[in-house]
Design a protein around this ligand. Structure first.
Ligand code: ARG
Length: 368
């Protein structure tokens, strides 16, 4: 199959499903596909209408096997920024996304879609994330950000070597040198972490940002690849309390938490890690609630996922899922997900990992 044939094949699959879900006739789909066919013949590609883009993005969320939050797939707001043609304008659109999604704490799921086929790459993993530094005295900040932080420094950004320095946005247009932009502080909502019953935990000096906006995945709809299409939902508390704060390869706060609360860390059978995990998760839920920032606990999220499963069955669709990701990292067996089986087949439209935009340069051997 030639490249053009395969784009058309993907387009046909997408348009048929999309149009039927939107209540359009098979005849309408045929007409649209003829149009797409001639556009591909002329230009080698085709352009989605806003309606196709919007519904395609929704389908991509619905098909995201790893996501427990999919009940809300059809409520995402889709911003079409395909007209933008320079990094400066992309940056403005990203600021608008952050502000719309944050909404003073009442978080709104959103996706901003830019020109496809490697017109732009956003180097950030998430639009808002903390820097990580390797220093002679050990790691500062988020170890997951070390490589990207180095890339930012090479571009001329300077961090404060703090534990929670917000990284700049790095936007690359085609093969041009990427540009970096500081995010205005008033756009970023953060939540200081405190426990409802243990004020000692304020000594962790922990905080987290309100909105996770994944910005390094590729959105694929009907054969078109949108490399820059950052999207967000709201947090489930375990993402922060049981992973970002707890993983020994991340902020590694379990030992400090146990120490502050006087748990016996000399033997694992005291279950100090498990207790500290619950404490951190309680603190995250309490703090977000108190700050008026949307968050969901893993039991509620699992029930919502069950409702999603039921609704999809009613709509005559089969669901796909990745069990290893869907189970929450805390008390997984207390959710129905643990006791269920999921088909991990990949259905498109969907979101895909793509090669890191800044990888090549960093991997280069200094002697060659
Ligand atoms: N797990 C990632 C983090 O802790 C965020 C992934 C997306 N999460 C979400 N609730 N939409 O930052």
């Amino acid at each position: 199959m030639t490249n053009q044939e395969s784009i058309f094949q993907e387009a046909a699959d997408f348009i048929q499903t999309c149009f039927s879900e939107l209540g359009k006739s098979a005849g309408q789909a045929d007409i649209r596909l003829q149009e797409i066919h001639s556009e591909i013949k002329k230009r080698g590609t085709y352009t989605h209408t806003y309606e196709e883009l919007e519904h395609g993005a929704k389908m991509a969320w619905r098909n995201s096997n790893k996501c427990i939050g999919r009940l809300f797939w059809s409520s995402i707001t889709v911003f079409d920024e395909r007209k933008e043609n320079e990094a400066e304008k992309v940056k403005e659109a990203l600021f608008r996304h952050i502000s719309y999604a944050t909404n003073g704490g009442k978080i709104r799921p959103a996706i901003t879609i830019f020109r496809p086929e490697n017109s732009f790459r956003i180097w950030n993993h998430q639009l808002i994330r903390y820097a990580g530094y390797e220093t002679p005295h050990g790691t500062i900040g988020d170890p997951a950000s070390i490589a990207f932080t180095k890339a930012c420094q090479e571009l001329g950004w300077k961090g404060n070597e703090g534990n929670f320095d917000i990284l700049p946005l790095v936007i690359q247009h085609k093969e041009e040198t990427p540009k970096w932009y500081k995010i205005p502080e008033d756009l970023i909502l953060e939540v200081p972490i405190q426990h409802p019953a243990h004020p000692e935990l304020e000594e962790l000096n922990a905080k987290w940002y309100a909105v996770p906006i994944i910005s390094d995945m590729k959105l694929e709809i009907g054969g078109i690849r949108y490399n820059a299409a950052p999207f967000n939902g709201w947090y489930m508390e375990t993402e922060i309390g049981a992973r970002n704060f707890a993983d020994s390869s991340r902020y590694n706060l379990l030992p400090k938490t146990a120490e502050l609360l006087g748990y016996d860390t000399s033997r694992s059978a005291s279950l100090w890690k498990d207790k500290a995990l619950i404490d951190l998760n309680e603190a995250v839920l309490h703090s977000y609630k108190k700050a008026g920032v949307s968050i969901v606990d893993h039991h509620t999220a699992a029930s919502q996922f069950q409702l999603f499963e039921e609704k999809e069955a009613e709509s005559g669709r089969s669901i796909t899922g990745d069990w290893t990701w869907l189970i929450p990292p805390i008390s997984p067996a207390s959710t129905h997900i643990f006791h269920s089986k999921y088909d991990n087949r990949i259905v498109k439209p969907n979101f895909f990992y793509q090669e890191k935009a800044y990888g090549a340069e960093l991997k280069k051997c200094p002697f060659h």
